[in-house]
Design a protein around this ligand. Sequence first.
Ligand SMILES: Nc1nc2c(ncn2[C@@H]2O[C@H](COP(=O)(O)OP(=O)(O)OP(=O)(O)O)[C@@H](O)[C@H]2O)c(=O)[nH]1
Length: 931
Amino acid sequence: MPPPRRPLTASPRTAGSGRSSGRSSPFLSDSEPTDSPATMFYSTSSRYPRAEAENGHPGTRAFSPSFSYPAQDPRDNFGPTNPPLSPAGKPVDAQTAMLQVIDEDQNFSPQLNYYMKHVWGLTDHGFDYNLVAVFGSQSTGKSTLLNRLFGTDFAVMDERARRQTTKGIWMSQSRDLGVLIMDVEGTDGRERGEDQEFERKSALFSMATAEVLLVNMWENMVGLYNGANMGLLKTVFEVNLQLFHDRNSRHGRTLLLFVIRDHVSKTTLDNLAATVKQDLDRLWSELSKPEGLEDSRIEDFFDFSFVSLPHKLLQPDHFNRQVDQLRLRFTRPSDPHYVFKPQYHKMIPADGFPKYAETIWEKIVSNRDLDLPTQQELLAQYRCDEIAAAVFDAFLEAVRPLRPVLEGGRLIDNLGEQMGDHRRTALAHFDKNASRYHHEVYNRKRREHLAKLNSELHLLFLAQIKNAGQRVLQEFRSTLKRQLGAQGGNGSDYDFGAVVRTATRAALERFEGEARALVLDDTDWSYAQEAEQLRGELDVVTDQLRGEELKKVQRRMEKTVRTRFADTVPAVLNDPKPDMWGEVLRGFFDTTDREERHLRATAAGLDLPASELDELTLQAHQLAWEALLARVHEETGDQMMLVRLRTCLEDRFRYDDQGIPRVWQPSDDIDGQFGTAKESTSQLIPLFSRIDTSGFEGELESYFAPDFVVSETLELLPATRQRDLAKRFQREADALYLEAKRSVVATTAQTPYWIIVLLFVLGWNEFVTVVTSPVYLILLVTFGTAGYVIHVLNLTGPVQQAARIVAASASRHVHTLLLEALNRTGGAEANAVAEQPTGRRRTATTTTMGTGNSGDVDNAFELGELRRKPSQRSISSGSSSSSRTSPRPAEPRAQRNTASPAAALRGGGIPRASSGYAGHVDQPGSESDAP
Ligand SMILES: Nc1nc2c(ncn2[C@@H]2O[C@H](COP(=O)(O)OP(=O)(O)OP(=O)(O)O)[C@@H](O)[C@H]2O)c(=O)[nH]1
């Protein structure tokens, strides 16, 4: 977890500079910040007008309130080092640029971080930098030595003024060495007087940060308590014990390099060093040590090194050579006196040094316990959090483009690798900068950082596997459809279960392969739940496809059943028998059972559970039954039933038992035959009115689902429809009856018997004459033969027709001749005839129709029309002939209407003549009806 962020309010000390790090430090001082704004810190009352004028060092420049300091951004650590610019943006010499880290008023410079990063370019150096601090009495040539030794440009005292030059602590970088030099304000200065507070604080600060302490002293001060900086050294030892409690600390040692200046006496350096060392031991022994360190030795914390330099003014060349020799101790690691040994390094990474130094100084100023290990740990936490936050921001920026792709439902190729790369990069950056800090803290923060990265990547992981699941599902659906289609597609000739199992296994393997490739190391990411969800969705798709397959099977079965019923049902119903429905039902069961076997065989390949298969079978039964019902209803429609009844009636009335068409003779019992045929035919209506399931009740009951009440589907013809059908059948039957009667009339046009007897009596003489006369006999034989031939060839009708036409034509011709004769013989009579031609013609016609052959011709035409259109004839002749026949009494008709259809049919009996033509039928022997 990143440290809680402090509100971005500038501290009083940095407010004047117009910048703030904006980040809280867990080891920042919890005391009130010192009231020393930067404007005061960088006061224009600098004491270095020369240096400022000559070198333009920022530390010697007046602070510009308008300066905007770039916010400290750890991400800059990843980028190239900026060119060395002063905070004002002017180029500076990185080696000679100085910074007053702590001013004479004990304020810490907020610009240390900027100098480290942008001027000295050390931020990325990690531990690859060194820090040397120089201690000593005021005006003992410290700055002179540093400038000569490291190429720095610290201010040197003006001999004419002879006053303190170095105030506070200044910092610069050695030329070409990557070493930071701290020029500490000299001790024993008259400006501070007895106030040794700053001396102690600067000693603490130097001990907490520097690897090497240069202790500058004149040779002639060796052996003197005050002159040899013994007071200063006593302070150094005390604060060392305060800072480093662990004598065995790997990085708690410090090198004290004594530089004995103006070594002009004969006393050897060794003797001088021994003297100094004795004084130091004595100092150490007199110190009151903290608990646990009572028996500690000075060597447990310090290493000592001594060097002497000649008089700079008296022996300048020798001085310079010795300084050059001394320089090797700082520049040449192979030098036996090389000073920058690892055990002296305070192990503060360069990028964390500004924060560390600032915090240390704040602790010192506020007189609080300065536990360096704790401070280092806190610094590590702060810096690790800061580094992690910066790295995480960069990481988010890198992975941000991935999100819209995934949110759009698309898949990202090699996302696992990409995520791994992003995570590796982020960890590498974190490791590079944070691994230098306190190891435990670093490891802990690394774990936190890793968890945070993983958490962010997990969102991508989830989105990707969700999209992968959807894609796999789509492909599964299309693959399955394609394979099922390729293998048949009619739901019967392939193993659906095998196809589905193969496709399901492939889909799950693909999903798991995709998901597995996404799982990063060191994560507990799981896709089991998503895999399970996908499995469920695959099952849903499978069920859908299975349902479609089942529908195919059902449709096929339905089609087969319908086709079969379309053949069998009409065949049975068109030959109605008492066991007609039994035959239909047997056909139904046979067909359905056969289809059920096929259905079960197909369903076995669909991996259908037994319960679902049973349910499906019942549905199939119901579908088959409904197909049967549809066919039966179609067959029992009104028109079909009328046709069927008429056909049955015709079969029974017009054909005899051998199936030979009847030719009705007058002697035949037409009425009886008709009544019997109609009676038996009318019995069909109740037979067709309901499907008779006798003998099949139990079988039918178990054949369908319990909620399907088959008995409610059996009725075909409700009572009203039966009555209506009976009426319509009655009319059909009447027409048939009348047609039969007409055929009898046509075949019974013969001479009455009394006429034959009369002709025989009156024509006996003629008969004898003919028989006895050869001529007549020949004529008789001739005409007899012709008549026989006409009879044999059944040409009686045409001959009669021709004879009638000839007779009619002759008659009209005779009439015309007679009228012409009359017109010629009587003018008045003719005029009278001319005045009433219509009436006369009507009279003549009426007379002719009543007595002559022309009336027979008209009747013949009328009969022909009646034969062709019996129904039209019956309907059209009804009104016109009602005057000629007795209408049927209304009461019996009404009674027929209220009776049952069968009774109506039975009660209707033989149709009575209701037309003029029917009147002829009732009196076939009357003369007026004779053809
Ligand atoms: N006798 C002698 N004088 C020196 C030597 N080095 C420098 N000086 C002179 O000593 C004076 C003080 O020199 P600084 O370098 O300013 O001494 P300092 O210790 O830095 O002075 P503060 O910073 O004020 O403490 C100058 O006048 C130097 O010329 C030396 O080796 N021997």
